[in-house]
Design a binder for this molecule. Structure first.
Ligand code: CTP
Length: 401
């Protein structure tokens, strides 16, 4: 995700410095080359050696060091960064940045770089709430700095409130987003995900093993490409991806009602939800007691949400469906493409290892209206999502349908 990208991590002096070490590890794991710059105060919490070992690059700290400046100068460091991340950013660092002060290695780089800068503040809650800090924050936003707001919680200073460094995973996600071309800017997209639960009493339901992972990956990748994303999700245990509006539903009827209400405003809709085809005809008001005679539940068909969307599809909207099959993959998927009036269908064979429900990977065939078929090898669901959005973008920009 960050392959080939150069990230400069600026670390200033607060107790959250130890968390920045983990941030380096995650950036490196995602493929970035990381150069760390520490303020003098940051080095009182954690030594440069830790960051050097994790980043595999020399740590910059002394503006006047003959040795480090002769190897790679601070101006070169400012130039080569694709992104600068400041974590933790102290109140002092933010104040200097707001005033344009350049009195050490890090603040000098901040004036010299033209790369986007993500500021991740961490401090005591009273310092965070202080009008001077809040004024500086507004100034930084006006100057074009991106802010990753701190989280609220129990702070190292034994106080409760906002000021904790944002979750490391959220910082990584913001960094990835800043480095992803915003190819879906101005586009609204809707993704459905997860299973539906069709209750026959308050504690029992009919469902399927869908984990929601494919739909959540699609929502995440679209948000990274700067789309306005609405994720309509059946019950699952996943957290909503950053910058995504999630609407949680339980049954197929609820899912249909939510989707049909907002479908006409969407540039693209991708239905990954494993909608239950049937629902119990009746739902008992109370938990059904067991009986020695066994239990028969009468089922009635659920509406086909995707077919309804296909029937009312406005011109220019891109509609994508999934086809989960255990036999005749290509033929069944093509039938769904025509029957539901789709632009393309993503077919997966549920009998294949590493594909379908609950896996982190998927192996799919993408069949387009033109008949063109792409067989994708086993890849992560995020990679499959990228392939899907690439095609959606092509269709939205007037490419062949
Ligand atoms: N789908 C839907 N509403 C339903 C059933 C399915 O919107 N009631 C959507 C799914 O989200 C998916 C596509 O239709 O994008 C195909 O779903 P799938 O379960 O593979 O096929 P079905 O249409 O249910 O047909 P069958 O069960 O006979 O394979």
């Amino acid at each position: 995700m960050l392959k080939g990208k150069s990230i400069l991590l600026g670390v200033s002096g607060g107790i959250a410095v130890y968390k920045a070490a983990e941030l380096v590890r995650l950036f490196v794991k995602a493929g970035a080359s990381v150069h760390v710059v520490m303020t003098a105060n940051a080095q009182k919490f954690v030594t440069p050696l830790t960051f050097q070992a994790l980043s595999n690059n020399a740590v910059g700290s002394d503006l006047f060091s003959m040795e480090s400046e002769s190897q790679i100068s601070h101006i070169q460091k400012a130039r080569m960064a694709d992104l600068v991340v400041l974590a933790p950013a102290t109140a002092n660092l933010m104040a200097k940045m707001a005033a344009g002060i350049a009195d050490d290695y890090l603040t000098t780089i901040l004036l010299a770089t033209t790369a986007p800068v993500l500021v991740c503040p961490a401090m005591n809650v009273k310092m965070w709430e202080h009008p001077a800090t809040q004024r500086n924050l507004r100034t930084l936003a006006e100057l074009g700095y991106r802010i990753q707001p701190p989280a609220a919680g129990f702070l190292a200073c034994q106080e409760e409130g906002a000021g904790r460094l944002a979750d490391i995973e959220d910082i990584v996600e913001s960094a990835i987003r800043l480095l992803t071309p915003p190819t879906l800017t101005g586009r609204s997209v809707l993704v459905s995900a997860g299973p539906t639960h069709e209750h026959f009493d308050p504690v029992r339901f009919l469902s399927n093993p869908s984990s929601g992972k494919m739909g959540y990956a699609l929502a995440k990748i679209a948000a990274r490409r700067s789309a306005k994303v609405c994720l309509v999700s059946g019950p699952c245990s996943l957290d909503a991806p950053a910058q995504v509006e999630r609407i949680c539903v339980t049954s197929a009827i609820e899912m249909r009602d939510v989707i049909l209400k907002i479908s006409s405003k969407q540039d693209a809709i991708v239905m990954t939800a494993a909608v239950s085809d049937y629902r119990p005809s009746e739902k008992a008001a109370h938990k059904m007691k067991k009986s020695p005679e066994g239990l028969s539940v009468l089922l009635e068909p659920n509406p086909d949400i995707l077919a309804s969307l296909g029937a009312i599809k406005p011109p220019g909207q891109v509609l994508v469906g999934f086809a989960a099959e255990t036999e005749n993959l290509a033929q069944n998927a093509k039938d769904k493409l025509i029957r539901k009036n789709l632009d393309f269908v993503v077919a997966n064979d549920l009998t294949r290892q590493g594909a379908g429900f609950a896996y982190d990977t998927n192996e799919v065939k993408i069949i387009e209206r033109s008949g063109e078929t792409s067989d994708l090898s086993v890849m992560t669901k995020e990679e499959v999502a990228s392939q899907i959005w690439d095609r959606v973008e092509r269709l939205l920009s007037g490419g062949q349908k």
